[in-house]
Design a protein around this ligand. Structure first.
Ligand SMILES: Cc1cc2nc3c(=O)[nH]c(=O)nc-3n(C[C@H](O)[C@H](O)[C@H](O)COP(=O)(O)OP(=O)(O)OC[C@H]3O[C@@H](n4cnc5c(N)ncnc54)[C@H](O)[C@@H]3O)c2cc1C
Length: 398
């Protein structure tokens, strides 16, 4: 018998899991199709920060920063085992382009956007404490600022959100690859490959949360939906042996980009890079020049890593960003400054039962999922609300 759901979600990344949780909380029947494993895509290859994004102030994305900081406060309450507030250090050297006055102004604005919550306090670290900063290079160091932001285990967080959805009745088919859908009438007919067989189900609404595979999914839908112009931007992280006792370092690479140097599972995680990626999202790999760039940045700020430092591993993930070539792009702005907002795309006239998630952030997954559900409320039948995602605790294990 063909199963029928209110919502079928393609993708078991943070967005797919979040949408499944929000749908189940509103009492809808929901199934997630995931082709590999939960968080096997971008959601395990991020910088693992639940943050407002201090650097997005430079591109004036104030409402995004505010939204992220409010979500950070909520998620710290909901997932204390998975999300931890950490001290972040920003060193300013003689040749650092972001000068102390600019950082002070940026951190003040960041604190205001974070509602002046006690966790938003920042300070200038006195010079007599610099030697405690994990071997940070002090040559020509002029100032160090310290503020707070949060770190998580992105894959564990995604699994926790999926488990929360499943506890409220969400179904997960995995590994199950979406192969096609025919839209029209009251229900979409959806096909997927599961255990070597093509299976079919029906859903009132189909949600495309396939992350960097967003276009491949749209191409398998009949009638063919419109697409937004996007680019995939590769970001690499390296893991090196070592420890950082004090917290996370926010440093400026030689091209002015921000690079984070973070403690990670007993080692150090350094990232990230940004370069346009063309090709199959499944084939993304760290590139030698990205690894060299990150290692050079690490060695510049932490000179004890200078001589032939080995690496334990490297990962590359793909951001989905609005294209620079017209469309929803903003002309000639750099990748670094490009809009990081999540875009929910739907066509009320031609494809009312399809919604596509483009881009976004780990930090705002819950808000994005709630927005998706608010949009779908007008299309789906009325159901009894089961829970409110603002109160659902997220735990590492059941
Ligand atoms: C380098 C980097 C660093 C980042 N750092 C941060 C950060 O520190 N903080 C932050 O808030 N955000 C960060 N982000 C953004 C954040 O990681 C992403 O927005 C988020 O993880 C995207 O999740 P997603 O669910 O949309 O996509 P994904 O996690 O990629 O999930 C999509 C899923 O869809 C599945 N799928 C695809 N096609 C099919 C199909 N046909 N059938 C079935 N399943 C399919 C894939 O297997 C995959 O699991 C970062 C992003 C990058 C690239």
């Amino acid at each position: 018998m063909t199963e029928t759901y209110d919502v079928v979600v393609i993708g078991g990344g943070i967005h797919g899991a979040g949408i499944a949780q929000a749908a189940a909380a509103r009492g809808f029947s929901v199934m997630v199709l995931e082709q590999t494993a939960i968080a096997s895509g971008t959601s395990s290859r991020s910088s693992k920060l639940i943050h407002g994004g201090l650097r997005y102030l430079e591109s004036r994305q104030f409402s995004l920063v505010r939204e992220c900081l409010l979500e950070r406060t909520l998620l710290l309450e909901l997932a204390p085992q998975l999300i931890e507030l950490k001290p972040f250090y920003i060193p300013v050297y003689r040749d650092t382009t972001r000068r102390p006055w600019l950082l002070r102004a940026g951190l003040s604005l960041y604190a205001v956007l974070g509602g002046l919550h006690p966790a938003m306090r920042f300070r200038r670290v006195p010079q007599n404490q610099w030697k405690k900063l994990d071997g940070l290079n002090t040559a020509h160091l002029e100032a160090v600022f310290q503020y707070n932001d949060a770190q998580t285990d992105d894959a564990a967080l995604t699994r926790a959100v999926m488990r929360s959805a499943q506890r409220m009745g969400a179904q997960l088919k995995m590994p199950a690859t979406f192969t096609g859908a025919r839209l029209g009438g009251e229900f979409n007919t959806i096909e997927y490959r599961h255990e070597g067989e093509i299976e079919t189900c029906k859903a009132a609404v189909l949600v495309n949360a396939a992350g960097p595979w967003v276009r491949e999914v749209l191409e398998r839908i009949i009638p063919v939906p419109s697409q937004l112009k996007i680019e995939l931007v590769q970001g690499t992280h390296v893991v090196v042996p070592g420890t950082l006792a004090q917290g996370i370092y926010y440093v400026e690479a030689k091209d002015r980009r921000v690079v984070f140097v973070m403690p990670w599972k007993g080692n150090i995680l350094v990232g990230t890079t940004e370069s346009i990626y063309q090709g199959d999202p499944a084939d993304v790999r760290p590139l030698p020049h990205e690894i060299a760039y990150l290692m050079e940045t690490l060695a510049h700020y932490f000179p004890h890593y200078r001589s032939g430092q080995s690496i334990l591993g490297a990962t590359a993930g793909l951001r989905v960003l609005p294209s620079n070539e017209g469309g929803i792009g903003e002309g000639a702005i750099s990748i670094n400054a490009r809009l990081r907002d999540t875009i929910l795309h739907f066509d009320r006239q031609s494809h009312p039962r399809l919604l596509t998630v483009y881009g976004g952030k780990l930090t705002t997954y819950r808000l994005t999922a709630e927005r998706v559900m608010a949009h779908l409320a007008g299309i789906l039948p009325a159901r009894g609300v089961v829970a409110d995602t603002r109160h659902l605790k997220l735990t590492e294990t059941d």
